[in-house]
Design a binder for this molecule. Structure first.
Ligand code: PHE
Length: 536
């Protein structure tokens, strides 16, 4: 209510400023009041540039050339387009999205080694080769709302999925369900802490009332026995059932035997639980219906198809006294030069680092400073959804201690006939190991690990497969980057324009490897450019 009243008087104030000082002053007064973009404004206060910002200002929207039709490039053009900026995008690939890429039947990939794959997935089956899960806090969901991209729940954590630590002698190579691992870890830790509390080991930290309440919590948290039974953890139905309870006299048989405390600790399963507590990874999560690429497709549509040139490879960027110039090879192989008031380089830093420019040696050095992370994924289409029918796993992820990294069960098409798993999603050394191999060898290796989790059907039910190694993918060359430091001069330098050339991407955010980082970086650059135009 107070805010509403303030708005009224604020509007009067702004009208008076506008009359007395013209729109330029009006605009900076709006900035001071926090209702127009100012450089200090955080993502939370983002205000898109508007065509009406120009009325009575004597200024007009400028020409902007965006390099790269990934999320950052598309979003920059989309946001500036709201105020009527004349944005064009040059994209080296033949599609929008960059790493936001959904592979379906017919999709092709020729990697940097010249190895070509064509996906033969059945109609309706797909894999999100890049981003695949959206946290509730991310602005990506706001864009889905704004663009009309329908979303559905993505199951990131599933009590029925496994933890597969095959190198743990304590588990004898067998996968354990998350629910079972949790019951045992929570149970034993609760038992130990309840005993220690009861025996006075924590008397220096706890009052008598604290102790009582802590034990009450532990009995609930770990499902342990009472004082008379020494607060023992002996296993409960939280572990799951060997025989499910059912009708009449079927009480069910709780899954056993319960491993010893020592074996539970040795298995290392407890160290997996932090995953689902991570700010970015916690349930609930979302995915666009039908594939992640619904986002770039909607953005490209909103920007305007005619504004994006695919198959355009940039070879030089030149900052000029007024504006900037970009040289590129058009889809027909002809060299062309384009001029604009601003250029936004929205491509991976390691790719931009190799493009000729006159922005200074420190810009090149800064672009080379973040290191590309190798990342790989394989999609496996099966003739049946055996993980659902035989193992009752409907979505979620099995982490492993093998070079697979993680195995993902699809969060779409439940109860259907076919389904497509992610057979590995891995980074670093594991991603390098797989990418060194041609696809058929990657597949063989992934299947040999997978059968150890799921048995023979992992091989026998397989129909089609497709793998991507992002660090070996043209124009992309990495899953994401990591900065040795984001507080040093390199990061600062690239978060500022070099003359009329601005940089954008998730790599220029503190939300690297998420579309949220790309969107917020695009908003920042759109704000910077609009601010500069309005202040000129
Ligand atoms: N966003 C990617 C994912 O969820 C990469 C990532 C992994 C980012 C882990 C942060 C932490 O898989």
């Amino acid at each position: 209510m107070a805010a509403e009243r303030a708005t009224g008087s604020r509007r009067d104030f702004l009208r008076n400023v506008g009359v007395a000082g013209g729109a330029g002053m009006l605009y900076s007064a709006m900035g001071a009041l926090g209702i127009a973009p100012v450089p200090e404004a955080g993502a939370a206060e983002y205000r898109a540039p508007r065509a009406s910002d120009f009325s009575l200002s004597g200024r007009s929207a400028k020409k902007v050339l965006v390099l790269g039709a990934g999320i950052a490039g598309l979003a920059t053009a989309y946001e500036l387009g709201k105020a009527g900026y004349d944005c064009r995008i040059l994209e080296a690939a033949d599609r929008p999205g960059g790493r936001n890429w959904t592979v379906r039947g017919g999709t092709t990939l020729t990697d940097l080694d010249g190895r070509k794959q064509t996906a033969s997935f059945t109609k309706g089956q797909y894999m999100n080769a890049g981003p695949a899960r959206l946290p509730q806090s991310h602005v990506t969901l706001e864009y889905c709302r704004e663009l009309g991209v329908p979303v559905e729940v993505f199951t990131n954590q599933n009590a029925n999925a496994y933890i597969h630590h095959e190198n743990s002698a304590a588990l004898a190579g067998k996968p354990v369900r998350w629910r079972t691992a949790k019951a045992d870890v929570h149970g034993y830790v609760s038992e130990l802490l309840a005993k220690a509390t009861d025996q006075g080991a924590l008397d220096a930290e706890l009052t008598a009332a604290d102790k009582e309440r802590l034990i009450a919590f532990l009995q609930n948290f770990g499902a342990i026995k009472g004082k008379a039974d020494g607060y023992a953890y002996t296993g409960t139905d939280r572990r799951g059932y060997a025989v499910e309870p059912g009708a009449a006299f079927e009480e069910g048989t709780v899954l056993g035997p319960v491993p010893t405390l020592s074996d539970v600790l040795a298995s290392g399963v407890g160290q997996r639980f932090a995953f689902e507590l991570g700010y970015d990874q916690a349930m609930l999560m979302f995915q666009p219906v039908g594939g992640m690429d619904a986002i770039p497709r909607a953005l490209a549509e909103a920007v305007g198809r005619g504004r994006i040139t695919y198959g355009a490879e940039v070879s030089e960027v030149k900052d000029l006294p007024a504006g900037a110039e970009v040289t590129y090879k058009d889809p027909r192989g002809r060299t062309r030069t384009a001029h604009a008031d601003f250029v936004v380089a929205a491509m991976p830093p390691m790719v931009m680092a190799r493009i000729k420019h006159n922005l200074g040696a420190n810009v090149t050095a800064a672009l080379k400073y973040p290191a590309a992370t190798p990342v790989g994924k394989i999609g496996l289409e099966y003739r049946s959804r055996w993980w659902e029918t035989d193992e009752h796993i409907y979505g979620g992820i099995t982490p492993t201690d093998t070079d697979l990294g993680t195995v993902w069960y699809p969060s779409y098409g439940h109860l259907g006939r076919r389904g497509t798993l992610i057979g590995y999603y891995n980074f670093g050394a594991n991603a390098l190991a797989y990418s060194a191999l041609p696809h058929e060898e990657r597949l063989k290796r992934a299947l040999s690990r997978g059968v150890r989790i799921h048995g023979d059907k992992y091989r026998t039910e397989l129909d089609h497969s497709f793998s991507v190694a992002w660090h070996r993918t043209p124009h992309i060359e990495g899953g994401w980057v990591s900065w040795p430091s984001q507080s040093g001069p390199e990061y600062k330098l690239l978060n500022q324009p070099a003359g009329h050339v601005h940089f954008a991407g998730d790599w220029l955010s503190h939300v690297i490897a998420w579309q949220h980082g790309a969107f917020t970086s695009a908003r920042k650059v759109a704000t910077d450019i609009h601010q500069k135009v309005m202040a000129a």
